[in-house]
Design a protein around this ligand. Structure first.
Ligand code: FE2
Ligand code: FE2
Length: 128
């Protein structure tokens, strides 16, 4: 359903969703902060890597809304960095991790569905 049909990108999206599920699982099982922080750390670096891959692909293909798309990625980058700082600054992260989980999953799902599938459609048209 959320497929862009660019294999490398679809694999990265899958990995992101898998880590978000792991995040939810860690929160649910109260696995503790180390695990939550480790997963958030991973999300930060992996989403950066993913955005870079995607932006390079869009640049190569002359996607006309690249600047706006990058803006959405930047918003997420800033958000992840901000919640990471918030989590580091608080002792009791119980409420916060739920908020973080929601932010990660809701944003990612909506972004892929609304924004990534838009460039996927553009690429398909361009390459046919
Ligand atoms: Fe993406
Ligand atoms: Fe994207």
């Amino acid at each position: 359903m959320l497929k862009t049909d660019v294999a490398e990108i679809d694999d990265q999206h899958k990995e992101l969703f898998a880590r978000i599920a792991a995040f939810a699982e860690a929160v649910r099982k109260e696995k503790g902060r180390d695990e939550v922080e480790r997963l958030l750390e991973f999300m930060e670096s992996y989403s950066n890597e993913h955005f870079a891959t995607e932006e390079a692909l869009l640049e190569k293909n002359g996607f006309p809304q690249l600047a706006a798309h990058k803006g959405h990625h930047d918003y997420f980058r800033r958000n992840v960095a901000a919640v990471k700082r918030q989590l580091q600054a608080t002792q009791d992260g119980g409420q916060l991790v739920n908020k973080i989980y929601e932010m990660l999953s809701v944003w990612l799902f909506a972004h892929i569905k609304n924004m990534d599938l838009a460039w996927a459609t553009f690429l398909k048209k361009k390459n046919t």
